[in-house]
Design a binder for this molecule. Structure first.
Ligand SMILES: [Zn+2]
Length: 414
């Protein structure tokens, strides 16, 4: 199955190919560093992953993390990948065909490329560790609900480790690294309290992605590359889904999340089982599951903006707060949201949220459905606002073209 010209990478830069060297693993101060040299038309530089030395036993010596992490950049450059170290036979099979089809359909600028490994590992056998990424958000808290807090979780799916990655979600370069460390420090005391190891996994993987390969469109292989790094001790990785099964689809899109349930299982190796979990829930269902966990009252993080506390005004905050409000659970979160600010504007916010005619996003539609399912009714002042808005709508619609005409006339006169 391996192409004939799959030998080790040689010295001298050649065109139309990217070479990934056999990784080295070294202890540097209190950390363990996995490093591979990457050679392409752009020159030579290292891809590295770094974590606390106490987790050295988790780190793989295979090229799997580098291959998965660099597949999309290589496809974007139209460069075949040549590896001088071994990779998983299963990954080789899935990355050579099915995965490239998923990524290439989602991101049409990508080319199909060939992968030339130095050897394939087909021996089965998973280590006992079970891990997931933890950010404090609704999706990852929902994984904890099912795989840590639930007494019904089968032992083989019960979490033994939480991971916090720096693979592009915190921003670029030194500022991204600063935010990565700051967010980890905020979550670490909570994770210590619930009794799980919390692996901080730093990396320069993001620097191999150009501006046109944004995180929202490429996060899946980045995150699973980091998971594959840990396949020395982690045998099952539970990736927190961000969509439900009804959203599963593959089409050109700026967001890769609709492909998660399809492509994440394709990124498993013989040593690491990779599952995309939580697709059976709508976002509102996840929010209510998380609200059943008292630990979330002090750490839940849903905000689009940087800060110690959720901002209370962005669309993610409002959607979450209104979901919790409908369920009568919002008052459990005084440490995470500015409840006084929300209550002061509650009637205006609810009226605007429920009356909006355009941009009925899927997640907002779920909140509206939840209100109907539970028989929730807006407070009377909010309903009055909505009613006044609706009767004023025809007048505002008539006013719009008149205002536009007036503006044009003024512009001409000047
Ligand atoms: Zn916010």
């Amino acid at each position: 199955m391996i192409p004939a010209d799959c030998g080790p990478a040689t010295d001298g830069i050649e065109k139309d190919r990217v070479k990934i060297s056999k990784p080295t693993i070294a202890v540097e101060e209190n950390t363990v560093v996995y490093r591979t040299e990457i050679e392409s038309e752009d020159g030579r530089r290292d891809l590295w992953f770094r974590l606390d030395a106490k987790y050295a036993d988790l780190v793989t010596d295979s090229c799997d993390p580098a291959l998965v992490g660099l597949l999309i950049p290589a496809m974007a450059a139209g460069e075949d990948i040549h590896l001088s170290g071994p990779i998983s036979e299963r990954l080789y099979y899935n990355l050579s065909g099915p995965c490239q089809n998923v990524f290439g359909t989602t991101i049409p600028i990508l080319d199909t490329i060939d992968i030339h490994p130095a050897g394939l590992r087909s021996k089965s056998g998973r280590p006992p560790g079970v891990a997931t990424g933890f950010t404090g958000g609704i999706d990852s808290f929902c994984v904890l609900a099912d795989h840590h807090y639930s007494p019904d979780c089968p032992e083989g799916f019960r979490l033994t480790h939480l991971v916090f990655n720096n693979v592009g979600s915190h921003g670029h370069g030194s500022e991204g690294e600063r935010i990565f460390k700051s967010r980890y420090a905020r979550l670490a005391p909570f994770v210590e309290r619930i009794g799980l190891p919390f692996v901080a996994l730093d990396s320069n993987l993001d620097s191999f992605y150009s501006e046109r390969l944004g995180f929202a469109q490429t996060h899946t292989p980045r995150i699973i590359a980091a998971a594959l790094l840990l396949q020395g001790g982690i045998g099952r990785y539970l990736s927190a889904s961000s969509t439900d099964y009804r959203a599963a689809a593959i089409y050109p899109c700026k967001y890769i999340s609709s492909t998660e349930s399809i492509c994440i299982p394709l990124l498993a190796s013989e040593s690491l089982d990779v599952l995309s979990v939580g697709h059976q829930y709508r976002r509102v269902d996840k929010t209510l599951k998380v609200a059943d966990i008292p630990d979330s009252y002090e750490i839940l993080d849903v905000c689009m903006r940087e800060g110690d506390r959720n901002c209370t005004t962005c669309r993610k905050c409002l959607r979450t707060m209104i979901t919790l409000d409908i369920a009568g659970l919002l008052d459990n979160y005084p440490e995470r949201f500015d409840l006084a600010q929300y209550r002061a504007r509650e009637n205006e916010l609810l009226s605007r949220f429920f009356r909006k005619k355009t941009g009925r996003g899927k997640l907002r539609g779920e909140v509206i459905a939840l209100a109907k399912e539970t028989g929730w009714r807006m407070p009377l002042p909010a309903r009055l606002r909505t009613w006044l808005y609706k009767i004023g709508y025809p007048i505002r619609r008539l006013q719009r073209p008149l205002k536009s005409k007036a503006k044009k006339m003024l512009w001409k006169d000047n």
